[in-house]
Design a protein around this ligand. Sequence first.
Ligand code: PMP
Length: 330
Amino acid sequence: MQYHESMIELVGNTPLVRLSAVTAGIQATVLAKMEYFNPGGSVKDRIALRMIEAAEESGELRPGGVIVEPTSGNTGVGLAIVAQRKGYRCVFVCPDKVSTDKINTLRAYGAEVVVCPTAVDPEHPDSYYNVSDRLVRETPGAWKPDQYSNPHNPRSHYETTGPELWKQTEGRITHFVAGVGTGGTITGTGRYLKEVSGGRVRVIGADPEGSVYSGGSGRPYLVEGVGEDFWPEAYDRGVADEIVAVSDKDSFRMTRRLAREEGMLVGGSCGMAVVGALRVARRLGPEDVVVVLLPDGGRGYLSKIFNDEWMADYGFLAGGEPATRVADVL
Ligand code: PMP
């Protein structure tokens, strides 16, 4: 019989799919790493598994323990799937800008969710960073993975995402593009690819306009899961050769095009990363192979990015290129 012992065995080994429509006029090969093929639907399954196993090995997480983490959703899903399998309780702390779809998803996996205001400083007692610290102090057996500083976040990518890409492209990858949130993906994957290629692979970060990685002040933006208003430890500033800043409007329009033209129903940070990848690929030749990592699927964003009224309210459908098709503007 062919079967897996549990969903955890399906983490990683995601496929690469060539982008063929949104790349019109580009000579380089542009490949998308489809992270929504992970069992929890996002790239974060990789770090969840690695962080939990490392904490078990170090003794920080003991049988019957409670996992407490500030997470915008995807890390929570990954942690919840691994935790339920291994018998841990999960308590997640989310900022209020996260879609209710994502919060309901966490609850569906059996996690408890605490929602905090976005419009306060990280130092404020109600900020989602501080609420989670308080919960850790007050909950017996609590362990906080802290994806922002946990070395096993970038390490999981160094050990899985990076080697997968090298193997899948038979060493022909020339550029790697990823959005930057905690910085774990770009740091771990980028570091591996640079090492294995003797420094040949170029690493490019995509970042929402306003976020610190691309020189912003930390002002608000709408794309979820990427950008920061502080510098996390998981992010190694030495890995990216270049950071491309992308607007919410460009990110969301590209996200919609990926669904309509490539059959990829993915999240807003995927559109952002693809805009970054295309800006890089435009300057390249036919020998170049650009891989862009698409962190999650689009189901959690149906009432936002894929909702014409929501898009129109922010002015994202107005001006320039078509909404995408005539039906959108009727
Ligand atoms: N996109 C989404 C939707 C995410 O949830 C995350 C993780 N915060 C990222 C991109 C960025 O990945 P990383 O944290 O590894 O930088």
